[in-house]
Design a protein around this ligand. Structure first.
Ligand code: AHR
Length: 508
């Protein structure tokens, strides 16, 4: 057995964890909406066609905010198509995923589903093929109390009360040529600035998310953010970025170390924000909105490395035939190994609580998602559901500085301690909650906890995600192949982390 020591002191906080850290995302893509959230005629459908079995799991997962309707989809989307009587709604080609969008489900259906499930919507406007007036009109449709064309139309369509949508994304991944209506940083800045002005004139209380850069292989990586934030600082509240990690082509050790790659990525965005703030003498703070993150192994197509994605259009990354309706695409089947990696990424989120205020697991249902439904049938939790659920359940309070003394291992992201952890202090419950990843693939590690100033704490609970078969997956028939298990609680302050495991240790 290996050994490691974790130090933390109550006098050294990193930052308060915002509840929005455990948000998610659902796009008009594959079966995320159709036969995910919404399936009229399903035995579990409610009076509006929303699946109650899915809603129950979304509630259990504890996501506070859900981003909608895309993603790449939003850059091709005209929100007007999705309002009013369903029989009048047009079927449209969605260029992003090469599917046919029936528009049976639109902004009203989403906001009303969010009300039923008890989550806050975060709406992205189309700044690709869309125009700034449409963005203003959408804010009017959702948030204006009444007495105007769009707000009265909302009432006529069945919802007199405004939805009061607070969070709005100014487009999606506008840096990339795969985006319909992709713009240069300068052109995006002009368009986003004018859209933001109009949207805020309609409702000054809204919070706006500027579209930052996400993909390091692009030559504009981070320069895009510098150019755009220098102009947009006063008009927006958050900088968006996305980060996906994949197993193929980098080897298991690097895949497990994805928490460090995400950490570098978040810190890059934070550094650009610091630079732009200092250079321009801005005073207000801008937080990061990591509105897409997950493991995405591109199981639809066979990939040897990330480089294989270069030059593909988005629909070439899926197994869909062209122009299907809600095809079964991007339905990743997550393994235990993927789940442990998602847990590691969660540790990074916690450790960046000072800069990241919103983070959305991408996505929520069926498409690269923790929840999988069978069309006409049941629903089950994928392996990644479990670490995310534990984060949203226990990851509240203040992240504290944690220093680990342990032997190291080498990976593409540097020389790292074998144990990666985040320490959360929950003042209300007077509990210290430690999230720890033992990266060692062939040995357990005894972690000694050296906690100062928190009072007399004892380990109350130790939850573990581990197993001998890293390829184990949950299926509808076998739903418990990958799940959290409760380990024995030690008497003292030394906790054994099994080989390659993700752990939640509660002290109180
Ligand atoms: O989540 C799937 C896709 O990944 C989104 O549509 C896009 O924003 C990202 O590239």
């Amino acid at each position: 057995m290996k050994s490691a020591k974790l130090f933390s002191d109550i006098h050294f906080p990193v930052g308060k964890i915002d509840d929005k850290m455990y948000s998610s995302f659902t796009e008009h893509l594959g079966r995320s909406i159709y036969s995910g959230i919404y399936e009229p005629g399903h035995p579990e459908a409610d009076d509006k066609g929303y699946r109650k079995d899915v809603a129950a799991l979304v509630k259990e997962l504890g996501v506070p905010v859900i981003r909608y309707p895309g993603g790449n989809f939003v850059s091709c989307y005209d929100w007007h198509d999705g309002i009013g009587p369903k029989e009048n709604r047009p079927k449209r080609l969605d260029y992003a995923w090469a599917t046919i969008e029936t528009n049976e489900f639109g902004i009203d259906e989403f906001c009303q589903w969010a009300e039923r499930v008890g989550v806050e919507p975060m709406i992205a406007v189309n700044l690709g093929t869309g125009n700034i007036k449409d963005a203003g009109d959408l804010v009017e449709y959702c948030n204006f109390p009444g007495g105007t064309y769009w707000s009265d139309l909302r009432a006529k369509n069945g919802h007199p009360e405004p939805y009061n949508v607070k969070y709005w994304c100014l487009g999606n991944e506008m840096e990339g040529s795969w985006q319909a209506g992709h713009l240069s940083a300068e052109d995006y800045t002009k368009k986003a600035l004018e859209a933001a002005k109009i949207m805020r004139w309609v409702d000054p209380s809204i919070k706006l998310v500027a579209c930052g850069s996400s993909y390091e292989m692009l030559p504009t990586y981070m320069e895009w953010d510098r150019v755009m934030m220098s102009e947009l600082w006063d008009q927006v509240d958050y900088l968006s970025t996305h980060n996906y990690t994949m197993n193929a082509g980098q080897g298991t050790t690097n895949f497990i170390a994805a928490y460090k790659q995400l950490d570098d990525h978040i810190k890059n965005s934070a550094k650009v924000l610091e630079y732009v703030k200092a250079k321009n003498h801005f005073t207000k703070d801008i937080k990061i909105c990591l509105d897409e993150w997950n493991v995405w192994n591109f199981q639809d197509i066979k990939l040897d490395s990330l480089d294989d994605l270069a030059g593909l259009t988005t629909f070439e990354m899926t197994s869909a035939e062209k122009w299907e309706i809600a095809p079964s695409i991007l339905q990743e089947k997550y393994s235990l190994l993927d789940a442990v990696v998602v847990g590691g990424l969660g540790i990074t989120l916690l450790n960046n609580a000072d800069s990241v205020e919103i983070a959305c697991l991408a996505q929520l249902i069926n498409v690269i998602a923790p929840i999988t439904t069978i069309r006409g049938g049941g629903v089950f939790r994928q392996a990644i559901y479990h670490p995310f659920h534990m984060l949203s359940k226990y990851g509240h309070g203040t992240t504290m500085k944690a220093v680990t003394d342990a032997e190291t291992y080498s990976c593409d992201f540097g020389e790292l301690p074998i144990v990666e952890s985040a320490v959360v202090y929950n003042e209300e419950a007077k509990e210290v909650r430690i999230f720890a990843l033992n990266t060692c693939q062939d040995d357990s590690t005894e972690l000694e906890l050296d906690l100062h100033g928190y009072g007399d704490l004892k380990v109350k609970k130790h939850l573990v995600l581990d197993g001998d078969n890293l390829e184990a997956r949950n299926t509808f028939e076998e739903q418990e192949n990958v799940t959290m298990r409760e380990a024995d609680v030690p008497e003292g302050n030394k906790v054994v982390l099994p080989k390659l495991s993700w752990n939640v240790i509660i002290l109180g």
